[in-house]
Design a protein around this ligand. Structure first.
Ligand code: ZN
Length: 134
């Protein structure tokens, strides 16, 4: 993704431009993908970047707070950042750690519970955990 495109996305999502944010965004937004913070740090290191771990974590939090990327929690200690923010679901392979997209229309709900009083539905996201066949 071009720097110009990233600048305009930052503008659209109300994110101030810093060199570090541009570096993180150019890796994550390169294509539709799911990356953990550690995977992003690894790629930054490979490209010779000196952005600190803490900055990467803070930047990813900021991106997701502003809706530029989506967080996918696969378990309490593993979180992925999804460059595709449209509504969709996921397969998560617990053996390979791979996350795969499922188109929203591929999942149908026969019945959903009544929402707690005073709330409205924000989203429904399904994570189907799979493992390799033995
Ligand atoms: Zn996804």
């Amino acid at each position: 993704m071009s720097q110009t495109r990233i600048h305009s996305l930052f503008d659209q999502f109300g994110i101030l431009v810093t060199p570090q944010r541009l570096e993180v965004a150019s890796i994550l937004l390169e294509k539709p993908q799911h990356l953990s913070a550690d995977q992003i740090i690894e790629r930054l290191r490979k490209s010779g970047s000196a952005v600190s771990k803490a900055t990467v974590y803070n930047t990813l939090n900021l991106f997701s707070e502003h809706g530029l990327v989506k967080e996918v929690m696969v378990d309490p200690i593993r979180k992925f950042y999804d460059s595709a923010t449209h509504a969709h679901h996921h397969f998560y392979n617990v053996d390979t750690g791979e996350l795969l997209d499922i188109a929203e229309e591929m999942v149908r709900f026969e019945q959903l519970p009544d929402l707690p009083q005073g709330t409205e539905q924000q989203s429904v996201e399904v994570l189907i955990k799979v493992r390799d066949r033995a």
